[in-house]
Design a protein around this ligand. Structure first.
Ligand code: SF4
Length: 453
């Protein structure tokens, strides 16, 4: 019997990349992917834990899974991603808290334990014959060859876990200690991608700047005496331009680990695109300290100046959390002042919500009212709109190159070198190609222009 699966992915690019590896494992077991949950025999939620809303969404979907189970009693459902701390099933002695919380969930697994997924599924479906699963014997998540969603662009993970312990964040507990992937494996994956027509590679990690520098990495021969391993990695991948690579990006970054050597590489390496995501989270030093971010607002200001001096015109985006525990009006105003100074091209704004299990959840009060959080969010969003528009106006009359991500009803959408959304008319489907576009209008969230034939 041919069984089917459905994956719902929430959250960041890291999760989307992880889902490509889950695809590979499940397809290797002979399962077929479907686009609707109602058509699936196996449902997996690849979750995000940054916001309470994202967690609530998963538990809401679990109720739908239970309804489906009434029609398909063999249906099984599992959860992975940032919500999960321990790989387990309902039968396990040490059940993850999610399995205790929702009776509709059959199993949960840490994404780093992905090689164990075939075993878990076969345990829950003892009645069916699965295809030979080579992956079941793999020890390492990174050894799994992903099923890439698109040919022209690929996300390549370079490490897992995080050692930074920002007080609001669950990642160091769910993904555990920071561990980098061997450089040769990453380069080999990139070579294969480029030889297959990939034009743009984005390197992914919780904190790519500390690639090869974690406590676990330092114990390995490979990274023992290397000073700036991330820059070495970028240089090796940049060299793939001779085989057809056009663009290289990386995310996410912790400001404290952004080295001078990396700034120099951003200015020097041909394929590295002029765009950097540098999460700041707050513009007030006391709040930053409570968040355990290990830098001050002025230090961040200086860092931005240094980057802009080295890479003129670079687009910079950030993340900001408003309403963190005890944040006063004056402290919030410091964030507004920093926004006015830095003028980010883009900002991913969120209102603080407690994540159970974090240091903040155990030691600080989530004492800012939802109304105040929402008002602060609105104020920053107004600043964002102002500076996003200003950043886009700069491109009016200029030519940008867009890597086209989709074309529908005569309109194509892609990303420019500066990671700006570019819209233009085309009767032809140009998805997966690089196209020169003359920008005619810069709006708040996009550039509009015409194709240069
Ligand atoms: S750097 Fe901080 S916010 Fe980012 S994953 Fe690590 S702990 Fe979380």
């Amino acid at each position: 019997m041919n069984r089917t699966y459905y994956i719902q992915t929430l959250g960041c690019q890291m999760n989307y990349s992880d889902s490509e590896r889950i695809d590979a494992v499940l397809q290797n077991m002979g399962l077929s992917k479907v686009d609707k949950m109602s058509e699936a025999d196996l449902v997996i939620f690849n979750t995000c834990s940054v916001k309470q809303k994202a967690e609530d969404k998963v538990f809401g979907q679990m109720v739908n899974v239970d309804k489906l189970r009434k029609i398909k009693p063999h249906l099984i459902a599992g959860i992975t991603g940032c919500m999960v701390r321990n790989t387990s099933t309902k039968e396990s002695e040490e059940r993850d808290k999610i399995l205790k919380r929702s009776e509709h969930v059959d199993f949960v697994f840490r994404i780093e334990d992905l090689p164990q997924l075939p075993g878990i599924i076969m345990q829950l479906w003892p009645d069916i014959d699965m295809a030979e699963t080579q992956e079941a014997n793999l020890k390492n998540y990174f050894e799994i060859n992903p099923v890439y969603t698109t040919k022209a662009q690929a996300f390549v993970p370079i490490g897992t876990g995080c050692d930074n312990f920002c007080t609001y964040c669950i990642v160091p507990y769910s993904r555990k200690r920071e561990k980098s992937r061997p450089m040769n494996d990453i380069v080999k994956e990139c070579e294969k991608l480029v030889d297959n027509g990939c034009l743009e590679i984005t390197l992914l990690g919780q904190n790519v700047n500390s690639y090869g520098l974690s406590n676990l990495d330092k114990k390995t021969e490979e990274f023992k005496d290397v000073q700036t391993p991330f820059v070495h990695l970028l240089e090796k991948i940049d060299a793939l331009k001779s085989r057809g690579l056009k663009r290289l990006r990386f995310t996410s970054n912790h400001p404290k680990d952004l080295s001078d050597e990396l700034i120099d590489a951003m200015a020097r390496l041909e394929t590295l695109m002029p765009y950097l995501h540098l999460p700041v989270q707050s513009g007030n030093d006391d709040v930053l300290k409570k968040m355990n971010r290990n830098y001050t607002a002025d230090w961040y200001r200086d860092m931005i100046k240094k980057i802009r001096l080295a890479v003129p015109g670079i687009a910079i985006s950030t993340d900001i959390i408003v309403g963190f525990c005890g944040e006063t009006e004056e402290q919030f105003m410091d964030t507004c002042r920093l926004f006015e100074d830095v003028q980010w091209d883009m900002c991913y704004l969120s209102q603080y919500s407690t994540r159970i299990g974090t240091f903040a959840s155990q030691n600080m009060d989530d004492d800012i009212t939802p109304e105040v959080k929402a008002e602060r969010w609105r104020s920053l969003n107004e600043l964002l709109k102002k500076y996003a528009l200003k950043g886009h106006k700069v491109f009016e009359g200029k030519v940008v190159e867009a890597l086209v991500e989709k074309c529908e009803n005569g309109k194509c959408e892609g990303r420019s070198e500066h990671f700006k959304t570019v819209i233009f008319d085309s009767e032809k489907d140009l998805t997966g190609t690089l196209q020169k576009v003359q920008v005619e209008l810069g709006r708040e969230w996009q550039l509009e222009g015409k194709l240069i034939q």
